[in-house]
Design a protein around this ligand. Structure first.
Ligand code: AMP
Length: 380
């Protein structure tokens, strides 16, 4: 096994968003230098980094120059083009390796890979044309969700379809192209498992988180998830299978639908730390970002036990800025609340600007307090 990349080394991140920012904060705390490669400047990650390189992902000379100057490359944004990852991997190890990234960049590819691993996914069909959509609808049934195969996240490029008459509208709404039609899963809850796998194959799995969405965007995450022991074990088995199946060195998140009766279906895999894991920064022995640092550097993984019986995280979207400047002081009047802002200059509706988190004695209390704090921010 190659020797570990020790503190003092330079870690390269492709992508400049909040996930890169929180990775950089964890890495800097441990004494690493972090360089960020992104097509914009003054990015959330770049603000924390030792060096911010502004260039297009298609500028492969710039990517090669970047990779030459760092000890390892990771990414915080899953839509980094495959060619960019390949160019980087000629000069530095890229962790996780491109295979996982490639599979998760396209929904159909991802579902096929999950099925190959023997993992459960929702009934779905591949679509390339309006005619195929009509045929697929007979097979999948209604209600259904039509999703673009590529570049979708947070419910973007998705249309819900209740009956046959809506197929044409939905096809137009997502802009045509390669797509997947999925049955609308009547889930009881959405949960996620975040896991890390080290260079030596060791695995650390956080307990499942319970996720509540608003408008297809994660709104609140809570733990414990209030699930049975059997569901917890099965959710973690699935995450382990993905980590091992893709031979991952790094962190990933498996998003799952929990059905009545306890069955689990994989909705999506994120090949990186995930919004539902932000609570681990304040609530767990080792955060998901520190696990990513440890994994990609070939260090032993940290403990993933929670520091309290319960915790919760609430996202702060740009919508909060609509009527007035957010009153951060009001959120902090609960002394247990932790405020995280991502340094984004421009608030836009639906844009993730930051989050709040809290630990507590019960999941109910944690959720109540994090929601109350967010309401107080909005009210002023
Ligand atoms: P996605 O971008 O696929 O993760 O979708 C975002 C959110 O939309 C999910 O977290 C669910 O709340 C909802 N969603 C997506 N696909 C389905 C489905 N097949 N059935 C029910 N809800 C879904």
């Amino acid at each position: 096994m190659s020797s570990p990349i020790l503190p003092g080394s330079e870690l390269g991140v492709l992508g400049g968003g909040q996930l890169g920012r929180m990775f950089a904060l964890a890495a800097r705390r441990m004494g690493y230098r972090v360089s960020v490669f992104a097509p914009e400047d003054d990015t959330p990650a770049g603000q924390i980094a030792f060096r911010e390189v502004r260039a297009s992902y298609d500028d492969l000379d710039a990517v090669a120059d970047f990779a030459r100057t760092v000890d390892v490359v990771t990414f915080e944004f899953e839509n980094v083009p495959t060619g960019t990852v390949e160019a980087a991997s000629r000069h530095a190890p890229v962790r996780p390796a491109g295979r996982l990234l490639y599979a998760t960049q396209e929904r159909l590819r991802e579902k096929a890979a999950l099925v190959d691993l023997g993992l459960p996914v929702a009934v779905h069909a591949a679509i390339e044309s309006a005619e195929e959509l009509a045929r697929a609808a007979e097979q999948v049934g209604f209600p259904a969700i039509l999703k673009t195969a590529a570049w979708g996240y947070d419910g973007k490029g998705q249309a819900r379809i209740e009956r046959a008459e809506e197929l044409e509208r939905a096809w137009k709404e997502i802009g045509g192209g390669r797509a997947v039609l999925e049955v609308l899963v009547p889930f009881e809850a959405e949960i996620s498992v975040i896991g890390a796998r080290g260079l030596d194959g060791s695995i650390a799995l956080y307990e499942p988180f319970l996720n509540r969405h608003e408008n297809h965007i994660l709104d609140v995450t809570v733990f414990p998830a209030g699930i049975t022991e059997a569901t917890r074990r099965e959710a973690q088995r699935i995450a382990r299978a993905v980590l091992e199946g893709f031979d991952v060195c790094g962190v990933l998140c498996v998003e799952l639908f929990l059905l009545e009766g306890g069955e689990l279906l994989v909705n999506e895999v994120a090949p990186r730390p995930h919004n539902s894991g932000h609570v681990t920064i304040d609530a767990h022995v080792t955060s998901q970002f520190e696990e990513q640092v440890r994994a990609v550097c070939g260090l032993p993984l940290g403990a993933v036990e929670p520091l309290a019986p319960a915790g919760a995280m609430a996202n702060l979207l740009g919508d909060l800025w609509e009527s007035r400047a957010p009153a951060w002081d009001a959120a902090l009047s609960d002394p247990g609340l932790r405020l995280h802002l991502y340094g984004k200059a421009e608030p836009r509706p639906g844009r993730k600007m930051g989050h709040l988190s809290v630990i507590a004695a019960t999941a109910e209390e944690a959720e109540r307090r994090v929601r109350a704090a967010r309401d107080a921010v909005a009210r002023g």
